[in-house]
Design a protein around this ligand. Sequence first.
Ligand SMILES: [Zn+2]
Length: 139
Amino acid sequence: MSEKKQLLALEGVFHIPDDPSQPPHLVGSRCRACGYTAFPKRAICPSCLGRDTMEETALSRRGVIETFTVSNVAPPGFKAPYLQAYIRLPEGPRVFSVLDAQEGDVDMGSEVEMVIDKLAEDEQGNDLIGYKFRPVPRG
Ligand SMILES: [Zn+2]
C-alpha cells in the first residue's frame, strides 16, 4: 500500500506560517543599501552588487499580470492547456508562476493573488505543493 505524500516543489521560496489564520507569502530579499527587492532571494544585490546587504523580506500576496501564455504542452504531472504568467509585485520583483485560471478569465493588468496549492502529481502519485496565482475574487 502506498501512502500519498505532500511534497514541496520548491524549498525556501515561500513561507507558510504555523498560525493557520495567517496567509502564506513568498520570500524575497531586499537590499538595505539601495532598496532593490529580488525574488527568489539573492545573496548579492543584482542592482548595486552590494554584499551582505540583502535581507529576507515577505512579499505581497497580490500582484498584477504583466504577460501570460497558454501552454498546450504540459510537463509530466500537469494537465494541458494551462496558463503561465509573469506577475509584477508591488515591491518590484517579477514572478513567473502557474496561473490558476482559464483563458478568458484574465488579461494583462488583471489583479491576482498568491496561493499555496497542489501544482501537480509526481510519478508516485504524490502531490507537489507550491505557489501559484489566481484571479482576485471580485466583490
Ligand atoms: Zn542594492
